[in-house]
Design a protein around this ligand. Structure first.
Ligand SMILES: *Cc1c(COP(=O)(O)O)cnc(C)c1O
Length: 358
């Protein structure tokens, strides 16, 4: 597929851009350009453009506004120690995007088109890469239904778009341990959309997350919807549990958990070091008991945005408990360093996960 490069009438001036990316935060500023590709049932994917990042006019009957056929991905462009830019496992994002598309009755997009869209956009807006410590270009590919029709059925027209947002270090002061609230709301039911990265899952997580914030916690933990017993994941990160004998557990991918690429990468890294990592159900009661007895020494959350983050404190309606010393443990720090090292090019990339852009 050929991407038509459209001229930008007024890119952000150098000085303003430099100021914007000096302290970018997360998801607040956007680069000059975006990629857009249209789909309709007859033509398939067509009219790929790389042009100014600007508002998209939508008809009020646009199907996404009513029935929420929308999916997205979250990935980052990193700067390697030698100065070049790279993506981390973009093929895995492209594959997962298509899995999400299938669940939401949306058309798949060829993996090479997805990756090429990301590659061209990152190269185009490379000047927006934030030079701050731990900085990256956060990449947001997404797709939504855009047919003017109110009947309930899959739309016949879609838009695929990629935008970029310069991002600083997710946590201002290094990576502190977070405090989590175990919610009574659930995120995903068996047979539902829990394994798809769709906007609707996030809409449903906002009230429970707001409740966690209001109680003074950083994140929400969801239990399974059927028994309200098994730990699933956070609102946007997967969980790992580390035991005193060095073994680990992460909840299995049963269809209600988002299959994180960070999760998969950490499983691979841990297993190749001979660590015993089991994909196994783990209950909230066991978590509490094991933390109290000292059998459980660490818990961490993982995802693209914050990479690997220690969980220090857990609170629920039944009270609170602390994990280990309440700070980041050894395994959490070691795995984070290894993964970040591969992403930044300072640790050998034995799995071909890093795709250089230049
Ligand atoms: C995106 C996401 C994750 C993390 O996936 P990564 O590929 O590691 O970034 C975990 N849980 C949910 C609900 C997510 O949406």
């Amino acid at each position: 597929m050929k991407f038509e490069h459209l001229p930008h009438p007024a890119p952000v001036p150098d000085a303003d851009r430099a100021q914007a990316i000096a302290d970018p935060g997360f998801g607040k500023i956007f680069t000059d350009h975006m990629v857009m590709i249209d789909y309709d049932e007859g033509e398939g994917w067509h009219d790929a453009t790389l042009g100014p990042c600007q508002p998209i006019p939508l008809h009020p009957a646009s199907s996404v506004l009513h029935y929420a056929q929308e999916i997205f991905e979250g990935m980052k462009a990193y700067r390697l120690s030698d100065g070049s830019m790279a993506l981390f496992r973009p093929d895995a994002n492209a594959r997962r995007f298509n899995e999400s598309a299938k669940r939401l009755a949306m058309p798949e997009i060829p993996e090479d088109v997805f990756i090429e869209a990301v590659r061209q956009l990152v190269l185009k807006d490379a000047d927006w890469f934030p030079q701050v410590d731990g900085g990256s270009l956060y990449i947001r590919p997404f797709m939504f239904a855009n047919e003017h029709f109110l009947g309930v059925r899959p739309a016949t027209k879609y838009k695929f778009i990629v935008i970029l947002s310069p991002a600083g270090n997710y946590f201002k002061s290094g990576s502190p341990a977070v405090s989590v609230w175990v919610s009574e709301y659930t995120r995903a039911a068996p047979g539902g959309t829990g394994a798809a990265k769709c906007g609707g899952n996030y809409a449903a997580s906002l009230v429970p997350t707001g409740e966690a914030f209001a109680k003074g916690h950083d994140q929400v933990v969801f239990l399974d919807a059927a028994e309200r017993k098994w730990i699933e994941e956070l609102g946007g990160m997967n969980l790992f549990f580390v035991f005193e004998d060095g073994s680990m557990i992460t909840p299995p991918l049963t269809g209600t958990i988002l299959p994180g690429i960070t999760r998969d990468s950490l499983l691979t890294l841990a297993r190749e070091q001979g660590l015993d990592v089991r994909e196994e159900m783990y209950s909230i009661d066991q978590w509490r008991d094991d933390a109290a007895s000292g059998k459980l020494v660490e818990t961490f959350a993982c995802g693209t945005a914050a990479v690997v983050t220690a969980v220090g404190k857990v609170a629920s309606r039944d009270g609170e408990f602390t994990i280990g010393s309440g700070g980041a443990g050894q395994m959490t720090s070691k795995l984070r360093e290894q993964l970040v090292g591969i992403q930044r090019g300072s640790v050998d990339d034995r799995h071909g996960w890093v795709m250089r852009l230049e």
